[in-house]
Design a protein around this ligand. Structure first.
Ligand SMILES: O=P(O)(O)OC[C@H]1O[C@H](OP(=O)(O)OP(=O)(O)O)[C@H](O)[C@@H]1O
Ligand code: HPA
Ligand SMILES: [Mg+2]
Length: 206
């Protein structure tokens, strides 16, 4: 199994900090601010997909392993932005439940369906926070004897990983705050927001 480190990630732009969403939207009174806009997400998906397509241009079979539920939006956009053929598998893991910090215990809610031995795997994640989910998953995948495993994650909170995570393709480093949108939830809500944002404190007090 091989893994490599990511090149430096971009930080959220000043445009995102200032971005204003539709004041008539259902979530307008629940979102404190936008961290990454829909446009920035779209450009980053294209950029990451270009890099992966070029790195795996000569690979016969690339297998994307999406981590449900959080990576669902990114996986769908990323797979369609690639210019190389792929197969897709999905795993569902949970370590957060309805909380805003990791329980540290990872549970498999849905496993991979096919034999991945000898395959080049790209794990598609929405966020690396404590790193516990991915650290567990990389060990698990390693045990299935793939040819290589790389990680693409849209977000990472730098400085808070409790374990060392080798990430080759990274979207954005973001502040150490609990974020929602583009697949990320708080208590199963807000996954459908097209941007990444921070909730108002009163949402957690409900
Ligand atoms: O680096 P970590 O601290 O482990 O956090 C990252 C993981 O936590 C979230 O998943 P969650 O367990 O909330 O499940 P979900 O994707 O179904 O929301 C997120 O989607 C990542 O998979
Ligand atoms: O900031 C976050 N938001 C939503 N889900 C998460 N899972 C890990 N970190 C986060
Ligand atoms: Mg979650």
């Amino acid at each position: 199994m091989t893994s490599e480190l990511a090149s430096p990630a971009s930080v959220p732009s000043a445009a995102a900090q200032a971005a204003v969403f539709d004041p008539d939207s259902w979530y307008a009174d629940q979102i404190e601010r936008t961290i990454i806009t829909e446009d920035e997400l779209r450009s980053k998906v294209a950029e990451l997909a270009d890099r992966v397509s070029s790195d795996f241009a000569d690979t016969d079979e690339l297998l994307l392993v999406g981590v449900f539920k959080g990576a669902v939006m990114f996986m769908a956009d990323f797979a369609r932005a690639l210019s190389v053929p792929v197969k897709m598998e999905f795993m569902a893991l949970s370590s957060y439940g309805n909380a805003t910090s990791s329980s540290g215990t990872v549970r498999i809610l849905k496993d991979i369906d096919s034999d991945v031995s000898g395959k080049h795997i790209v794990v598609v994640e929405d966020i690396i926070d404590s790193g516990l989910t991915l650290s567990w998953l990389l060990k698990y995948l390693d045990g299935l004897n793939p040819e290589s495993v790389s990680v693409v994650s849209m977000l990472r909170k730098p400085g808070v990983q409790r374990v060392d995570i080798p990430i080759k393709y990274l979207g954005f480093d973001i502040p150490n705050e609990f974020v929602v949108g583009y697949g990320l939830d708080y208590a199963e809500r807000y996954r459908e927001l097209p941007f990444i944002g921070v909730l108002k404190p009163q949402v957690y007090q409900r």
